[in-house]
Design a protein around this ligand. Structure first.
Ligand SMILES: C[S@@+](CC[C@H](N)C(=O)[O-])C[C@H]1O[C@@H](n2cnc3c(N)ncnc32)[C@H](O)[C@@H]1O
Ligand SMILES: O=C(O)C(=O)C[C@]1(C(=O)O)C=C[C@@H](O)C=C1
Length: 251
C-alpha cells in the first residue's frame, strides 16, 4: 500500500488551474490535505462516531455518503462494537474507493475484533438507494453536489431513515453578512498558512474549487432541512467557516 504523502499539489505554478477533482493525485495526499485545510476536521470525524452510536438502531444500516478514505466509517466502527452493525460507504471516485478498500483491509488486519460488515460501493450518492437507515453521514460531500440535487437527496435520505433516525451534515459554510463572511474567510486562509500552505498553493486551490465547492449559509441549510421534512436540526459544531449539523427525523 502506498504511504500517505504530504499535499503539494498546488505548490508549483500551473499554466492553467483545472477544476478540482478527487483523482489519484488527490487520493495520495488526501489525509494530509483535509487535515490541513478543514478546521476542526478531526473533531467532526471523531464526534460523528459518537453521534452514530447514540442514534444507530440495531437492525438498521449506517450510510457514509462520499466516504473518501473511510474516516467517518472507521470512527463509527470505533464507537459501535455490535457485530451486527452494517455500514454502506459510497464514493463516486474509483481512485478513492480503491484506496479506501486498502485502508479498511489494513484496519481489519490490525484490529483483533470481528471483521465489520462494510459494503463499499463506487456510486453516485444522488442515484444510490437509501433504505432501512438510522444514521446517514454526509461529511464534506454535499457541498460538491449541484445545488438542484441537494433537496432531492435530503428527501431521499429522510424517506430511507427509520423514525428517530439522523443525518450528520458537515460542510464549509458561508455567511450572509458580508463582514462576517470576510472575517471568517480570512481567518480560514490564516489557518491554511499556519498549516504550511504558501500563498501560491492557497490561491491555486481556491481557483480549482471555484464553482465546484458551493458553500451555503446556515439559513439555507436550515430551510432545506425543514423543506425535506426533518423534525429538528441543530448546528452542533462550528470552527471558522466549517460546521457540522445534525438533522433528526420525527419518532
Ligand atoms: C471532501 S471528500 C469527503 C471526505 C470524507 N467524508 C471524510 O470526512 O474524510 C468528498 C468526497 O465526496 C465524493 N463525492 C463527490 N460527489 C459525489 C457524488 N455525487 N457521489 C458520490 N461521491 C461523491 C468525492 O469523490 C470525495 O471523495
Ligand atoms: O475550502 C477549502 O479551501 C478546502 O480546501 C476545503 C476542502 C473540503 O472542504 O473538502 C476541499 C477539498 C479537499 O477535499 C479538502 C478540503
Amino acid at each position: 500500500m502506498k504511504e500517505n504523502q504530504k499535499d503539494a499539489i498546488f505548490a508549483n505554478p500551473l499554466d492553467k488551474v483545472a477544476t478540482f477533482s478527487f483523482d489519484d493525485q488527490v487520493v495520495q495526499v488526501f489525509p494530509d490535505m483535509i487535515k490541513r485545510s478543514v478546521p476542526g476536521y478531526s473533531n467532526m470525524i471523531g464526534m460523528t462516531g459518537v453521534i452514530a452510536s447514540r442514534y444507530w438502531q440495531p437492525g438498521t444500516r449506517i450510510y457514509d455518503l462520499g466516504c473518501s478514505l473511510g474516516a467517518s466509517t472507521l470512527s463509527v466502527c470505533h464507537q459501535i462494537e455490535d457485530a451486527s452493525l452494517e455500514i454502506i460507504a459510497l464514493d463516486n471516485s474509483p481512485a478513492m474507493i480503491e484506496r479506501c478498500q486498502q485502508v479498511l483491509d489494513q484496519e481489519a488486519r490490525m484490529s483483533s475484533g470481528e471483521r465489520r460488515h462494510i459494503q463499499l460501493e463506487c456510486a453516485d450518492i444522488c442515484e444510490y438507494p437509501i433504505e432501512n437507515a438510522s444514521v446517514v453521514i454526509l461529511n464534506f460531500t454535499f457541498q460538491f453536489l449541484p445545488v438542484e440535487n441537494r433537496l432531492p437527496l435530503l428527501k431521499k435520505i429522510l424517506s430511507g431513515l427509520a423514525p428517530g433516525g439522523v443525518l450528520v451534515l458537515s460542510e464549509k459554510v458561508r455567511f450572509e453578512q458580508a463582514e462576517q463572511q470576510d472575517t471568517l474567510f480570512d481567518l480560514h486562509l490564516d489557518f491554511k498558512r499556519a498549516n504550511g500552505y504558501s500563498e501560491l498553493e492557497i490561491s491555486q486551490k481556491r481557483a480549482a474549487l471555484e464553482n465546484f465547492l458551493q458553500a451555503e449559509s446556515f439559513t439555507t441549510h436550515q430551510q432545506r432541512f425543514d423543506a425535506a421534512g426533518f423534525a429538528q436540526s441543530s448546528v452542533w459544531f462550528q470552527y471558522l467557516n466549517f460546521a457540522s449539523m445534525l438533522a433528526i427525523k420525527a419518532r
